[in-house]
Design a protein around this ligand. Structure first.
Ligand code: BGC
Length: 590
């Protein structure tokens, strides 16, 4: 159980737009209404020096078919940094939002909704007026322009988009603090059968593993052509009821432009497919999960692995950054997609959302740590309520050791800090448990609920077997010391694909440490991270050379060998040789 009890988050009512709470976010709704032809509802959700704006324009005049633009002038120093569902440009204080190409028309009484992120300083006062295709929006079809309303009604949430409707399901506040506590986990029969097909597999096959909803077809279930299972979401929920399980774990993993910094887990949706993500993926999942039949099951959703951290560290201009990550940052597809998923799924009383927060070997540096927490908050705010996030998960499908007893950030060797070693490379953290606990504290400090809990994926971070150090090295040379003492035996901490030498980690356990809701097996052990050579497939999966054992690396793994196992199938597909290795190197041993 987490040490800090869940408590209701209370916001002090802000007297006017621009009042900033010391911590957390203040949401302020302002409606600016004016003359013939259009009405604008403008609201912001702001924190420290940043804010998310949400704009809905209603065309009260004649139908518009050839495109629209909405213009306003900032009264202060606000700057738009990123927008979605419209192209937003700014020149000085003047801003123009233009329709997306797929929504050029606006019928009479039709609405368009878009959002943006921005920065501000001093005060964040709403624009005094807006024009739609040059017409001042007065909020009515006739009459003289009235001065836009500046009344503010502080609220704890804003509605992120017109297509997100408030749910009528049980309020999120009825959720238990730790959904893993005292509950039996669902054992996925498809994974269990694969595990038992490998010699010795029955020793671990009764552990709960997550069900990955990795494409639209996985919701209904497939004909067996999927690389990792054919049961649909309902099939799994029904099987969970039949097992008498207390909780079931899903991974929501199908964002537009998925896996923008790598190729092995690219998905079916293109970078501009946010509307499809919402309508064809999240909505149907929410419809199934909210079925009253399942109300006594705790349904845990792990939300979108690697997506938000990729926007912090893997855009172009950064070592190994990609154009696809630039695109997904610019079009808001990840932030809005995650926000939408959180909103829809978080509204269901027995559903628990845990957002993926990468791992220490990715965001453990100060330069990544704070910005990642901030973007998590943006996505949560885009969902309308930070309480849609029950917690976070680290190390999903990664290999970072849970503890590094001999290599702590404070350890010194021959007068040098281990942080100076090539392996640690100035990271503030050396293991996953310390990192997850510290990141939890950071997330609460930026505005998340103080009751959030962390999960750590321990499915493949055991590093047991004969190569596991049992004592600290006696070397006084820092690199030698670290390399001889570390539990994580990877060639480089940036390696992530089918790692040679890895073992099963801690078995799934509820409330194992302060701030940690559970150790979980989210990546089902034995399912591949990616193919070691190019394999054609119909799932959108690419060939990433980080999965090729002969690859000598790139900027993100310090130009080292990939450390990947040979003969691997595509990501998600069963890889028996890997499963055998994971059992052989399990820690604790089987
Ligand atoms: C793949 C998914 C798969 C998951 C679990 C990911 O790397 O892209 O398709 O469901 O791993 O094995």
């Amino acid at each position: 159980m987490r040490p800090i009890p869940t408590r209701a988050r209370a916001f002090t009512a802000a007297a006017a737009v621009g009042v900033v709470a010391a911590s957390g976010a203040v949401a302020v709704a302002t409606s600016a209404s004016a003359a013939a032809g259009c009405r604008v509802d403008y609201s912001v959700n702001q924190w420290n020096t940043g804010f998310t704006g949400n704009v809905t324009v209603t065309n009260l005049g004649d139908p518009i078919s050839g495109g629209w633009n909405l213009k306003w002038t900032w009264p202060g120093s606000q700057t738009v940094t990123q927008a979605w569902s419209a192209t937003v440009t700014q020149s000085g204080q003047n801003v123009t939002a233009t329709n997306p190409s797929w929504a050029a028309s606006l019928p009479t009484n039709g609405t368009a909704n878009f959002g943006f992120n921005g920065s501000w300083s001093g005060s964040n006062t709403a624009p005094a007026s807006f024009t739609l295709n040059g017409t001042v929006c007065t909020g009515s079809t006739g009459g003289p322009s009235t001065s836009p309303s500046t009344s503010t009604s502080p609220s704890t949430s804003t509605s992120p988009s017109t297509s997100v409707s408030p749910s009528t399901s049980t309020s999120p506040t009825t959720k238990v603090d730790n959904p893993y506590a005292g509950a039996k986990g669902y054992v996925n029969p498809e994974w269990k059968a694969k595990a038992e097909s490998v010699s010795g597999g029955s020793r671990v096959s009764n552990n709960p593993t997550a069900v990955w909803i990795d494409r639209i077809a996985a919701i209904e279930g497939t004909d067996g052509s999927s690389s990792n299972g054919s049961m649909g979401v309902r099939d799994h929920l029904d099987a969970a009821l039949a097992q008498g399980a207390g909780y079931i774990q899903f991974v929501v993993y199908n964002l537009p432009g998925r896996d923008c910094a790598a190729l092995a887990s690219n998905g079916e949706l293109g970078p501009n497919d946010l509307p499809r993500y919402k309508a064809e993926y999240i909505d149907p999942i929410a419809a199934i999960q909210s079925d009253a039949k399942y109300k006594n099951l705790r349904i845990i959703n792990v939300i979108e692995i690697d997506s938000l951290p990729n926007l912090i560290t893997n855009t172009s201009g950064q070592a190994g950054g990609t154009a696809m990550c630039d695109t997904m940052k610019a079009n808001g597809g990840y932030v809005q997609g995650v926000g939408y998923a959180l909103n829809k799924l978080g509204a269901i009383g027995n559903v628990y959302n845990y957002v993926d927060a990468a791992h220490h070997g990715w965001i453990g540096w100060d330069s990544n740590f704070g910005p990642t927490a901030d973007i998590m908050l943006q996505a949560a705010q885009a969902s309308g309520n930070v309480k849609n996030v029950h917690g976070f998960i680290t190390n999903t499908a990664n290999y970072s050791a849970l503890r590094e007893p001999f290599v702590q950030p404070t350890t010194t060797v021959g007068g040098q800090s281990v942080r100076q070693s090539k392996w640690v490379d100035w990271n503030q953290y050396t293991d996953e448990l310390t990192f997850a606990q510290a990141f939890r504290t950071k997330l609460v400090s930026v505005g998340f609920d103080s009751g959030i809990g962390m999960l750590i994926d321990t499915s493949r971070n055991g590093w047991g077997g004969s190569a596991r150090p049992t004592a600290a090295s006696t070397s006084t040379v820092v690199d030698t010391y670290v390399n001889e003492s570390r539990i994580d035996r990877r060639i480089h901490a940036g390696n992530w694909c089918n790692q040679s030498g890895a073992g099963l980690g801690e078995r799934p356990t509820a409330a194992p440490a302060t701030g940690i809701d559970a150790y979980v097996w989210v990546k089902p052990p034995g399912e591949s991270d990616g193919s070691s050579t190019l394999i054609e497939n119909d799932e959108g999966k690419g060939f990433d050379r980080m999965c090729d054992p002969t690859y000598t690396g790139n900027a993100r793994n310090g130009n080292n060998l990939s450390g990947a196992l040979a003969n691997a199938p595509i990501s998600g597909a069963w890889f028996p040789a890997q499963f055998s290795q994971l059992m052989a190197n399990a820690y604790p041993a089987l």
